[in-house]
Design a protein around this ligand. Sequence first.
Ligand SMILES: [Zn+2]
Length: 130
Amino acid sequence: MSCDCNEFQNLTANLQLLNKSILDIVTKLDEQTSMLNRAVFKSATHCGCIEIHATKQLYSPSKTLEENQLDLDTHIEGTLCPKCRDKIEEEMGELLFYIASMCEALDLDFESIMAKKFDHLKTLGIYNLL
Ligand SMILES: [Zn+2]
């Protein structure tokens, strides 16, 4: 099953009933971000399919950005089990729903925002985050 961003935004707009106000959308987006973060952490703390071992990221000034990138760590060990994967995907989907809702409320185009960011990432590559 696939969908494009315009279809997603249009369907989101058609399903907006309770959270049409920008105030509701902003607060739901914030709440949903927390729900997603919680699902990620519960994969480690409740399920245990992944472990999070955070340590300081080491950047070497003598290495290139690309070389440093290879040394960086996600701090995640293990892989998501099917149940945790489903939960995180569900929460990410909800987050996208509220982002699309915000686009609709502000008369912005979800797809062109993604396309603009895609071009930006392609142009700047690894340097886009500096
Ligand atoms: Zn799990």
